[in-house]
Design a protein around this ligand. Structure first.
Ligand SMILES: [Zn+2]
Length: 129
């Protein structure tokens, strides 16, 4: 897309994001456009709660939804990098380690992150992209 734009400015004259009209529209930008900021926060909260809801009752006692959220979602400052990787289907190992530190087995941590990522990608593809 970038190359075609340069070769044929007559066909691809607009490089700005259609949502914010500011940044050049790129895959990276899709994960951090300010126009989507609220939607991301709302949807990530919903997906976290839905994933946490799948835990067994005794697991919920040992791991509150707040602790679960802190284990999977990064602090605000790192969110941009986190989303850019998640959009490519990548969640870094340390998030799985965070879950294991909360007492989940490696297999369970993987299962939870896989479920979270699948839901997250569905939102990304349906509502953002
Ligand atoms: Zn934008």
């Amino acid at each position: 897309m970038e190359i075609r734009k340069k070769q044929r400015p007559d066909i691809y004259p607009i490089a700005d994001c259609i949502k914010c009209q500011q940044e050049t529209e790129s895959f990276e930008h899709l994960t951090c456009c300010l126009q989507d900021a609220e939607a991301w926060i709302k949807e990530e909260k919903r997906i976290i709660e839905e994933t946490w809801g799948k835990l067994d009752p005794e697991e919920k006692v040992n791991c509150t939804v707040e602790a679960f959220t802190r284990a999977i979602l990064p602090e605000t400052l790192q969110a941009k990098d986190w989303r850019s990787k998640a959009a490519r289907g990548i969640i870094e190992l340390r998030y799985g380690e965070n879950l294991m530190n909360l007492g989940f087995s490696k297999g369970k941590a993987r299962k939870l992150l896989t479920h979270f990522l699948e839901e997250w990608l569905r939102f990304f593809q349906n509502s953002i992209w």
